[in-house]
Write a protein that binds this ligand. Structure first.
Ligand code: PLP
Length: 433
């Protein structure tokens, strides 16, 4: 290791020591390599690390099930019957919403379908869906199948907005123009909050304002935005949104998802929906008589279909508590510091083999930087693996690195930059650059 690297390491350590939110790392299990050394985990955008208390959260439910069985619906330490209600405050604050606007239920793609059943209502000339690209496969399947479900041709119904020739990300103005241009044909605008591939954060406020101007419902897939950005879903006037909790939310594989429905739709009993008993007014939910008319519970909770999946919801308690303690605003500031440092380090290597495709401006991205590898992407991926650095590789050539503000450190980013630099030198030796 050269002097430059030693200085770089010392600088990173100092940044860690001076960062007030660095302490939260201790609350997480950090996976280790075969010799017990902690891995450098940059995959929090794919599956977040386990908070140490999650074990107790889940164990408590197993114990109550073991000891109480059916009585647990009312007598568990956290009674199962109203279980979802305990997330009203924290679970809505997490995404900048009001308690009546958020519910935790099902899984992400399932929630998108349930919400589109209400908010994607193609009629006469307005049949199309505008979406960003590249679109996550599950979202593409969901959107196209929704069009077909309504008897439409999926190719005709989809307006997929692509970056301009030679660019990787969408321009904010182009998004607004596309909504203007297609306003008479759009039945829905369905965007990501943060694009999973490029890491681009969209300007939700201006997109929502434009959609409202034309009376087009706006839905958001916040898989990569929840727990990452400081969202303001209520104030920005988004119509509906869904997100998973296993990425930046750290609630474990396949954990329960979130759903948002803006307050202005809360009491609209006319909205068509795919209903189930848990969305019905609890006062009449269990009624077994002849009068079986569904009475939607006001707000997002009225979109529930089934009773809550307790084991997949249990980790949400501690996870939201951690976010509350840190404060989503403060976490976002730390995230900007970490991601900015990562960008600086990549740029200072100055290799033409690594092209950052994520926007450089902090407000146009979250906690992720995506690098297009113009050299040997596989070799870089194996060098990172050998150094104990876990990243995500999207074939053919994109490596995604997510410094997660709850548990990643400046020093880890320094280690990553070292490996990247070594690999850049190998590339140069091959006669590149
Ligand atoms: C992670 C992710 C999903 C995953 O969907 P599930 O229903 O949770 O399996 C869907 N869409 C996007 C954009 C994602 O990033």
């Amino acid at each position: 290791m050269g002097d430059g690297n030693l200085m770089g390491q010392q600088d990173a350590i100092t940044r860690d020591e001076n960062d007030p939110l660095g302490v939260f790392r201790q609350q997480f299990h950090i996976p280790t390599d075969a010799s017990g050394d902690p891995l450098i985990y940059f995959c929090g955008n794919s599956l977040g690390l386990m908070p140490k208390v999650a074990f107790d959260d889940v164990t408590a439910e197993l114990e109550d099930w073991r000891d109480l069985a059916v009585a647990g619906h009312l007598q568990a330490r956290r009674p199962w019957l109203p279980y979802h209600e305990s997330f009203r405050e924290r679970g809505s604050r997490w995404v900048g919403a009001k308690p009546i606007e958020v519910v935790y239920m099902n899984t992400l793609t399932a929630n998108l379908h349930f919400l589109m059943a209400s908010f994607y209502r193609p009629e006469s000339n307005r049949t199309k869906i505008l979406s960003d690209s590249p679109c996550f496969p599950s979202d593409t399947y969901a959107l196209r199948s929704q069009a077909r479900w309504h008897g439409l041709d999926a190719d005709e119904a989809m307006v997929v907005l692509e970056p301009r020739e030679g660019e990787s990300c969408l321009r904010d103005d182009d998004i607004l123009s596309a909504i203007d241009e297609n306003r008479d044909e759009l039945a829905l605008v369905m965007f990501a909050g943060v694009n999973y591939y490029t890491g681009q954060a969209y300007d939700i406020e201006s997109i929502a304002a434009k959609c409202q101007e034309h009376g087009i419902p706006l839905g958001l897939d916040l898989a990569h935005a929840a727990g990452n950005l400081d969202l303001q879903l209520h104030d920005h006037g988004v119509d509906f949104a869904a997100w998973c909790t296993y990425k930046y939310g750290n609630c474990g594989p396949g954990s329960v998802a979130g759903a948002f429905v803006h307050e202005r739709h809360a009491s609209n009993q006319e909205l068509v929906r795919l209903a189930g008993w848990w969305g019905n007014d609890p006062a009449t939910r269990f009624r077994m008589d002849e009068n079986t008319e569904f009475v939607a519970y006001p707000g997002a909770e009225g979109w529930q279909v089934s009773n809550p999946p307790i084991f997949s919801m249990a980790p949400l308690h501690s996870s939201l508590e951690i976010f509350d303690k840190a404060g989503i605003g403060a976490l976002r500031e730390r995230s900007i510091r970490l991601t900015g440092y990562l960008q600086e380090r990549i740029e200072s290597i100055g290799s033409s083999h690594y092209q950052v495709i994520t926007p450089g401006e902090p407000h146009r991205r979250g906690a992720q930087i995506s690098i297009r590898v113009l050299g040997d992407a596989q070799a870089l991926q194996s060098s990172l693996g050998e150094a104990g650095i876990v990243t995500d590789f999207r074939p053919p050539d994109v490596v995604r690195i997510a410094p997660t503000p709850l548990y990643n450190t400046f020093e880890e980013i320094h280690r990553f930059a070292e490996v990247l630099e070594q690999q850049a030198q190998v590339e140069m030796g091959r006669g590149g650059d």
